[in-house]
Design a protein. Structure first.
Length: 565
């Protein structure tokens, strides 16, 4: 058996170097049998073209491992030495080579007597000699930092920070196509220093070099193209009337005035074979991966966290520069982080978002949803407690509940300009059969998105459907016969109604538990639910027998019917 590796490179040769096409490929096959040495294989129309080999020889590849130890630094210093000895000054002289020759002569003069005596006694001529390349000198080269502390006695982060600067110096005057392959550049850095390094990679080093970076940190995963003021100027300039003209103008900008193109790739393992065999690219324009990968939200998450960190840093700086006393600065800082905690606590729970895709959604106008959940579970004879009724409802109910916290808010949700985000979901907006609820339900027809027809009936539940959606409804609470005199004719636009969800409980329960005020209008008596009792309802409802929820059955039958359950 043989282990074979094939590498195929696709070149985007915009400047058509060496007269080669703008786009072409070259591959190389390596195998264990030939000691992993291989020959180039060229794109068909490039065979025999001597310029290809010269083109490939024009690349300078720098690999920087994840572990930057002393051995790597010795290797790096040797590269620096080669660069310094090849570097020509204004007079096309190399100062290092000339200094080496001068030092050799001085050393020979100072030791002339010593070696004359050695030759007399041994018959062998000898002399001290410093190699013109000074390889051994650079292998032992040390770097002094502030307070005369050796670089190698400083932290790993300080040492690692030297690497891109040395490579940048070596590459500065090179006429070759420079490529860096930098593994985990963030190793040994604090978060704020990772950000500085990242910004230099994109704003400084990558302007002139192609850089490949492997990273697991949000600081590098959040990286995106940062356009220069010169590029923005071209984009806004009306004299470039077409996209093509703008693109041509952008290509004429110098490297210093152009931003670096950025591409992010996700590489992960095939769990069956354990080989790294999956690769996909992040499409920044549309904010999606080109192919489904194993971590869909990694880029968005990294960018959100980095944006938040950036804003917090600016706010903290403003507080420090405010000339306020330390005590007052602390008050502002505490309030800043309290606001942040509050915002985070209001974020939708991810489990709710997952549930929205798995189950149809019942949106209710209430601030509290306990009465719907407990009633459903009581009718199903499922034992529940104050601690577990939410969890039990989520387990057994074929639909989920979200709270709009107001009839107007619910109507606004149902009247959204389009149903983006709900195309693959089923939704019912449920209104109480009171004045506010009926008016908002009735006015759903004011627009072209809803059918004018009001379907159903008082006892089974009125409903209307949104056009161009399979399951998107507005619905009114079904009314038991005992409350029919409390509601008007909704089909003719009469909104004089007095039934809320709590009125589906028996009058005796509502009065006995002191949940209502008795009111009268035009000789019709009704029970008005006290607003301050809604938050206390769960404990009361849990004590009731299942028979007390009989009038809730038409509500759940209609909901499940519209959902097709």
């Amino acid at each position: 058996s043989d282990e074979v590796i094939s590498i195929k490179l696709f070149f985007n040769n915009k400047e058509k170097q060496r007269g080669l096409p703008e786009k072409f490929w070259v591959s190389k096959l390596f195998s264990q049998k030939n000691n992993f040495e291989g020959e180039y294989v060229y794109q068909t129309d490039l065979k025999g073209n001597a310029q290809v080999k010269i083109f490939l020889g024009g690349f300078q590849f720098e690999y920087i491992p994840a572990i930057k130890d002393r051995l790597y630094f010795n290797h790096l210093f040797e590269k620096l030495q080669s660069y310094l000895f090849e570097k020509k000054g204004k007079g096309k002289h190399n100062k290092f080579a000339e200094s080496s020759l001068h030092f050799n002569k001085m050393l020979q003069n100072e030791t002339e007597v010593l070696f004359e005596e050695f030759e007399k006694s041994s018959g062998v001529f000898a002399a001290f000699h410093i190699p013109s390349t000074l390889v051994d000198f650079f292998r032992t080269l040390s770097v002094k930092t502030e307070n005369d502390v050796s670089l190698f006695d400083r932290g790993d982060g300080v040492q690692a920070r030297f690497i891109p600067e040395i490579l940048n110096e070596i590459s500065r005057n090179s006429k070759k196509n420079i490529i860096w392959a930098f593994e985990e550049p963030e190793n040994s850095y604090e978060a704020k220093n990772i950000r500085k390094l990242r910004d230099e990679f994109i704003g400084k080093y990558s302007r002139r070099m192609q850089i490949f970076v492997t990273s697991h940190t949000k600081e590098f995963l959040s990286i995106e193209r940062k356009y220069t003021k010169h590029e923005f100027s071209i984009e806004k300039n009306k004299k470039y009337s077409t996209r093509a003209k703008k693109d041509i103008a952008l290509t004429k900008l110098s490297a210093d005035n152009s931003s670096s193109a950025v591409s992010i790739y996700r590489v992960w393992k095939n769990e069956q074979t354990k080989n790294t065999s999956y690769v996909t690219r992040y499409d920044d324009k549309n904010g999606v991966w080109e192919d489904i990968c194993d971590d869909l939200g990694i880029i968005q998450e990294s960018r959100i966290i980095e944006e938040l960190q950036s804003k917090l840093t600016l706010q903290e700086k403003s507080i420090e520069e405010s000339n306020l006393s330390i005590d007052k600065q602390k008050i502002i800082t505490d309030n800043l982080y309290k606001d942040l905690e509050s915002a985070m606590s209001k974020l939708d729970d991810v489990n709710q978002q997952i549930e929205e895709f798995k189950k149809p959604i019942l949106a209710v106008e209430d601030k509290y949803d306990a009465i719907y959940k407990i009633a459903y579970l009581k009718i199903a004879n499922i034992p529940i407690t104050i601690k577990n009724y939410n969890e039990k409802f989520s387990e057994v109910s074929p639909f989920m509940i979200i709270r709009a916290e107001g009839a107007g808010s619910l109507a606004g949700k149902l009247r959204m300009n389009n149903t983006d985000g709900y195309d693959d979901k089923k939704l019912i907006g449920l209104f109480d059969f009171d004045r506010e609820g009926t008016e908002n339900f009735y006015n759903l027809k004011n627009g072209n998105d809803w059918d004018d027809t009001i379907n159903g009936g008082k006892s089974t539940g009125f409903f209307k459907k949104r056009k161009n959606h399979d399951c998107f409804y507005g619905m009114l609470l079904p009314i038991p016969d005992r409350h029919l005199d409390l509601v008007g004719d909704i089909k003719t636009g009469k909104f004089d109604a007095k039934v809320e969800i709590e009125n589906l409980l028996s009058n005796s329960v509502l009065k006995r538990r002191k949940l209502v005020d008795e009111e009268e209008i035009l000789t019709i008596k009704y029970l008005k639910i006290k607003k301050n009792v809604k938050s206390k309802l769960p404990n009361i409802l849990l004590q009731l027998d299942a028979s007390e929820f009989e009038d809730f059955k038409p509500l759940f039958r209609k909901i499940e019917g519209l959902f097709g359950i």
